[in-house]
Design a protein around this ligand. Structure first.
Ligand code: 3PG
Length: 318
């Protein structure tokens, strides 16, 4: 899997500034505990290089990048320290050329169509969009995506829990970067629990889990119909007869024969199945790949391997 694919599945890139290299490992551990093994450690402080070294040595699972990389010498130091991708606030063709010549994934900042054209001429298909909110945010990315349909963006700058879902809903956006889950005051206070909490919330907001429907196994079509009517009598949701099940609103699905799960199945909706699956896999959940339903080349549903409380669980794309 290439680096941008990994970042896209992670969905969020914490942009980090550490003054003390010794803080980098507990900080990244806090991110991992929050469900996000991703870090962009910026060369905005003298501690960056050592911080990258420490994280690379202690937490190899972290998808580790270097940010605010302004010249080739910093690229070399970052990569030698263990960074696996390079991020810059602007587009420096020298830095980009050096990275592409050395097969180092690079995300230079682009702020306008001219930058994007230079990035294209340098062979890039993914760039940072910075400073995202100050430049015009999602409307500007959408406008630029019309002529430059081949380009994908990683916006950073002013992104928070308030707007991250909207950004990520646009398919040309690979992932969003930001510092809202790693605020400077929490790092200074070594408040790792707060960083874990903010990270958990960020991931939760991004994935946007909600109950989709409950599928109930019935012995046969007659029983499914009778139970659907009984549920309808309680809640008044409309009954819709389908091939393999009877739906009661969007809340209940009465299966016409015993399907997956001892009792049935529970559908959990999410903003992004691909990201939800990746994040759950990081936590040790396993999926039944053969159950994946694909629509227009995108996964729209997939079952977990194990049942919970007698129910098979599947994710469902919102
Ligand atoms: C960056 O360099 O990507 C930004 O400084 C992160 O922006 P934020 O602090 O507004 O999230």
């Amino acid at each position: 899997m290439d680096m941008f694919e990994k970042l896209s599945l992670a969905g969020l890139v914490p942009v980090i500034k550490v003054e003390d290299a010794a803080d980098a490992v507990p900080l990244c551990k806090a991110l991992c505990d929050g469900g996000l093994p991703v870090a962009e450690i910026t060369f905005r402080s003298a501690a960056a290089e050592q911080a990258i070294k420490n994280v690379h040595a202690e937490l190899p699972q972290v998808i580790l990048g270097a940010g605010t990389v302004l010249n080739i010498e910093q690229v070399q130091r970052a990569v030698d320290a263990g960074a696996t991708y390079i991020v810059s606030p602007g587009l420096n063709p020298e830095v980009v050329r050096y990275c592409t010549n050395h097969n180092i994934p690079v995300l230079p900042g682009c702020a306008n169509p001219s930058d994007v054209e230079v990035a294209i001429s340098l062979g890039l298909q993914t760039v940072k969009f910075f400073p995202a909110e100050a430049l015009g945010g999602l409307p500007l990315i959408k406008a630029m995506s019309a002529p430059y349909g081949m380009m994908r963006f990683l916006p950073t700058g002013g992104i928070s829990e308030k707007n991250v879902v909207e950004y990520l809903s646009f398919p040309k956006i690979v992932a969003c970067g930001g510092s809202w889950m790693v605020p400077g005051d929490a790092i200074a206070a070594k408040d790792w629990a707060r960083i874990t909490e903010l990270t958990k919330n960020a991931v939760k907001t991004m994935l946007g889990f909600e109950l989709g429907h409950i599928g109930i196994n019935c012995e046969n079509a007659e029983k499914a119909e009778a139970d659907a009517k009984a549920l309808c009598a309680i809640c008044g949701f409309p009954i819709k007869d389908g091939n393999s099940s009877v739906l009661v609103g969007s809340a209940f699905e009465l299966m016409k024969k015993v399907g997956r799960g001892t009792n049935g199945h529970i559908a959990v909706k999410t903003n992004s199945i691909a990201r939800a699956k990746w994040h759950l896999e990081q936590q040790g959940f396993e999926f039944d790949e053969s159950s994946a339903a694909v629509k227009n080349g995108k996964m729209v549903a997939i079952y977990l391997k194990n049942e919970i409380a007698g129910f098979a669980i599947h994710l469902l794309q919102k």
